[in-house]
Design a protein around this ligand. Structure first.
Ligand SMILES: Cc1ncc(COP(=O)(O)O)c(C=O)c1O
Length: 393
């Protein structure tokens, strides 16, 4: 008799994640890790958040510790609505649902739209935890052809006819894992195709405020006159991920259903965290803080790029992101990046092998490197070790 518990069918699709296994060893300080998706901790506004927390406890006291509305804290939703206008999306506070990280939005959107075997269109590769999240809904993944500018909208009508997708998931700014940014004309085309075919688009934008080169491009949602685009973002990369606060902007018929799912999931996002964020945002120079993050990440990218150019053997190329936290290396066709990772860990350096970011096959000769979380010294030493291993390969 099989002695294991009778797990739900949805667990059949779930693969253990290489990234989690890697992260277990990379917390050791001797390992130079380009693996995690971590912001630079020295840039967290610790003193400012502490002051905000004190102020909240002094002035809002018990109400900040009480249960609160599932929609989120009203003043924070208003702040986000104003921020959305700045990003080029006309938004009212009523359109903003606060969530426990934008990761929760992936979960809620998956629950709202995906039955078993429903198709999700994604970039190829795409964000690992989005794959995991939609897998819990037993969804099927169909990759959209991508090039150096992201997904190719012209490929969509055929895919839509053939697979009748319920959802398209995209990360237009400094994509995770590739760092690629979708140009404006493709955003316009995507919004137009979504409207024409009645396709729901989930636009995931955790990194849009982290542009250190080039000019901002409005979100796909900016061109969404048909109300087909759900736009998600987060404070994880602009304040701190430990506060676990993200948001989604959705049209009313989607919003009301996401709200029910949110209630069923966790009642509401931490009231205390939301109070602290609101106080922090309204009592500090957030633009100045973002400027520091952009400058540091820009310098770290430039430095990693230079070290890679100086040290990597021929046959390796990589993306040149204009923002965000990651670059994406393509190695020679024969490279097995999982095998390389095992050797790398033995030499105290880590990255994420490409395979985990592909919903189907692919990724063997790719690696994702994070540059935001390492100081220049560690970048130089880490790239040196990695290059030697590639050369020895
Ligand atoms: C593309 C993408 N979406 C969502 C998230 C989740 O972020 P949050 O901390 O808001 O849950 C991340 C985090 O790295 C991400 O890269």
């Amino acid at each position: 008799m099989d002695s294991s518990p009778a797990f739900a069918n949805r667990m059949r699709q779930m693969r253990p994640s290489t990234i989690r296994e890697i992260l277990k060893v990379t917390v050791q300080p001797n390992i130079i890790s380009f693996a995690g998706g971590l912001p630079a901790p020295e840039l967290f506004p610790v003193a400012e958040v502490q002051a905000a927390a004190n102020q909240v406890l002094r002035t809002a006291g018990a109400s900040a510790l009480q249960y609160s509305q599932s929609e989120g804290l009203r003043p924070l939703r208003e702040w986000i609505a104003a921020e959305m206008q700045d990003r080029g999306v006309k938004t009212a506070a009523d359109d903003v649902l606060i969530a426990t990280g934008s990761q929760q939005i992936l979960d809620l959107v998956g629950k709202l739209f995906l039955n078993r075997d429903d198709v999700v269109l994604t970039e190829n590769p795409t964000y690992l935890a989005a794959i995991q999240s939609f897998q819990t809904m037993e969804a099927r993944f169909v990759p959209v052809p991508t090039d150096s500018e992201g997904l190719i909208p012209e490929a969509l009508p055929d895919l839509i006819r053939q697979h009748k997708p319920k959802l398209l998931y995209t990360i237009p700014n400094f994509q995770n894992p590739t760092g690629v940014t979708l140009p404006e004309r493709r955003r316009v085309a995507l919004a137009e195709i979504a409207a024409r075919h009645g396709l729901t688009v989930m636009e995931d934008d955790p990194y849009g405020k982290l542009r250190y080169r080039g000019t901002n491009i409005p979100p796909v949602k900016h061109w969404d006159e048909a109300g087909r685009v759900l736009y998600a973002s987060t404070f994880s990369k602009t304040i701190a991920p430990g506060l676990r606060t993200g948001w989604v902007v959705a049209p009313p018929e989607v919003f009301s259903r996401l709200l029910i799912l949110k209630q069923a999931s966790d009642l509401h996002t931490s009231s205390f965290d939301q109070h602290v964020e609101y106080t922090y945002l309204t009592t500090n120079d957030q633009a100045g803080h973002l400027g520091k993050i952009r400058q540091a990440y820009g310098e770290r990218f430039e430095y990693m790029d230079r070290m890679l150019r100086e040290m990597m053997p021929a046959g390796y190329t990589w993306t040149k992101p204009e923002g965000g936290m990651f670059l994406w290396i393509t190695g020679p066709a024969g490279l097995d990046s999982l095998e390389l990772l095992q050797r790398a860990i033995a030499h105290d350096v880590a990255f994420v092998p490409g395979r985990d970011f592909f919903p189907g096959e692919g990724g063997r000769n790719h690696m994702r490197l994070n540059f935001s979380n390492s100081t220049p010294d560690r970048i130089r030493e880490g790239v040196r070790r990695l290059s030697e291993l590639c050369r020895a390969g």
